[in-house]
Design a protein around this ligand. Structure first.
Ligand SMILES: Cc1cc2nc3c(=O)[nH]c(=O)nc-3n(C[C@H](O)[C@H](O)[C@H](O)COP(=O)(O)OP(=O)(O)OC[C@H]3O[C@@H](n4cnc5c(N)ncnc54)[C@H](O)[C@@H]3O)c2cc1C
Length: 278
């Protein structure tokens, strides 16, 4: 059944349906430590049947509808930096990478609002708005490894969240493809007192309630300067070694479906950024 579905999806997505071993293996799991352990023991879990790279919301809706009709599970995949094991593909599962749904869709400097495709890497979104004098203010340690859609799906928090709030505080609106393939666009209101705030349903939903395809942030003025401090000890060096391996694996994935080269591991980036005003 899944093979038939993969062939059907190829008719619409062409070579953006990938079944090669490397791509499937790259998308079989996130950075969960127990998955690391299984790999380390030489007992890796199965790879998904195929990885899909839709380029538009309509293509995502098509994929979701087709999977629903064929009763084939579909797992959304952003940066793959999640660390709770939410992504553990089975052999008959399809993975939907959001990485081609990337880039700035709209930036309104007066309303201080910016909209990005859900597969935009966090650091790319932040650097884009910084050029215009703003900040999103969301800075998880995985900012270089995670996507803005992944931030929503995991209800992420960051290093500056005590000031700007967590992801649920900086997201103004969402576009989501629901499990029946319909498209939900929540409104860009700063606050609503009329009924439930639907977008909150998708915060932390881990892909269960739909595929987030677009995220609209409310921005803040960019701070005039920023300073950071890095420390090093025997214990943290041991941690960094393990951490660097993990980032290298995720960083390698960054090039899947992406035209930008992988960034250096975040550990060295933190070192380089020390004292650097932004
Ligand atoms: C080194 C490191 C540091 C980290 N630091 C932090 C931190 O400071 N704060 C923090 O909160 N987390 C942190 N994390 C965890 C992780 O980076 C976050 O949870 C991040 O938000 C995941 O984003 P992602 O794009 O990598 O999502 P993925 O790992 O690809 O996916 C995570 C979950 O969301 C679902 N999903 C992904 N994209 C979508 C989408 N568009 N629509 C619907 N569902 C989707 C997936 O199916 C999965 O269930 C860290 C992880 C690492 C490896």
């Amino acid at each position: 059944m899944t093979d038939v579905l993969v062939d059907q999806l190829r008719e619409r997505l062409g070579d953006r349906v990938r079944t090669d071993e490397e791509t499937r293996a790259d998308h079989r799991r996130d950075t969960w430590v127990l998955s690391d352990l299984l790999d380390f023991r030489g007992n890796p879990g199965p790879s998904p049947k195929a990885v899909l790279f839709p380029e538009s919301t309509e293509e995502v809706a098509h994929v979701v509808r087709a999977c629903r009709e064929a009763r084939v599970p579909l797992v959304p995949f952003g940066g793959g930096s999640g660390c709770c094991g939410a992504i553990r593909a089975e052999a008959d599962v399809l993975v939907l990478s959001t990485r081609r749904l990337r880039g700035l869709r709209d930036l309104d400097p007066v309303a201080m609002v910016a909209t990005f495709g859900a597969g935009t890497m966090g650091i790319d979104a932040e650097e884009t708005v910084e050029k215009e004098g703003f900040t999103i203010g969301h800075w998880p340690q995985s900012v270089e490894l995670s996507t803005v859609g992944g931030w929503v799906a995991t209800r992420a928090s960051g290093q500056f969240s005590t000031l700007y709030g967590s992801i649920e505080d900086v997201v103004l609106a969402l576009e989501v493809v629901l499990p029946d393939g319909s498209i939900l666009r929540t409104r860009r209101t700063p606050r609503s007192a009329a009924g439930p705030d639907l977008k909150q349903l998708f915060m932390g939903s881990e892909g269960l309630l739909g595929v987030v395809t677009e995220v609209t942030f409310s921005m803040r003025p960019r701070p005039e300067s920023r300073r950071g401090i890095a420390s090093s000890s025997r214990i943290s060096r041991a941690g960094s070694k393990r951490f660097g391996r993990s980032c290298g694996r995720v960083g390698g994935r960054r090039s899947s479906g992406s035209t930008t080269p992988p960034r250096p591991p975040i550990v060295s980036w933190i070192g380089a950024a020390r004292g650097k005003p932004s």
